[in-house]
Design a protein around this ligand. Sequence first.
Ligand SMILES: C[S@@+](CC[C@H](N)C(=O)[O-])C[C@H]1O[C@@H](n2cnc3c(N)ncnc32)[C@H](O)[C@@H]1O
Length: 241
Amino acid sequence: MTWRASVLTLFPEMFPGPLGCSLAGRALERGIWSLAAVDIRAFAADKHRTVDDTPFGGGAGMVMRPDVLDAALASVADERPMLVMTPRGRPLTQAVARRLADGPGVALLCGRYEGIDERVIAARGLEEISIGDYVLSGGEPAALVLLDACVRLLPGVMGAAASAEEESFAAGLLEYPHYTRPAEWRGHRVPEVLLSGHHAEVAAWRRREAERITRERRPDLWAARASASRAGAVATVPGAL
Ligand SMILES: C[S@@+](CC[C@H](N)C(=O)[O-])C[C@H]1O[C@@H](n2cnc3c(N)ncnc32)[C@H](O)[C@@H]1O
């Protein structure tokens, strides 16, 4: 069954954009997923096609109107989760991408200007998602990021060689280092264990490296993993084949 994405945007020409290339683009051509870019402006009621207005209470910038957004959302409403991209949303994580990829698809609302009238977020029960602690000029790049993270998890998108189970974050750890030919480059040799042919030793080395890198670079992930471990909920480790 096709995983269906609808993106509500003032800039439909931004889609599929980078998602028309490589893995996601081929999957789009093969019908593993579909993408509809819906022009919010088409739902404006006046002759000037107005989608925004000044904020009540004053202040800088413009706010996207709830009536226009509600009509646009109604045009795509079905069993799919409805999301709005916003810096104050729940952080996009691999677990969120996995949950969405396991469902029927998504409807994504992209904000512009100062943001979106709060009432339409509440009325439609939109799930607010952020792609990081920085401010973009619009929700479209965030929607592209979210869709990319979901689409590559759909069955048949990644080749058999690539395993989502061994990637960064899959087990609450960052990934171990990779090496390929030549075995020696600019005087640097590949770690000997990787040339040894001992699968168990390779797996143990990769596990240690994944743990070391996570501890050094992401103490937050390391601490979360430690508490999950105490609760008996730690998944398999990347590289522990
Ligand atoms: C200029 S931003 C609005 C920022 C808003 N006034 C604030 O301070 O949070 C316009 C739109 O870009 C999108 N956006 C900006 N940063 C984002 C982020 N980190 N994650 C997801 N969407 C983002 C949202 O859709 C937002 O409505």
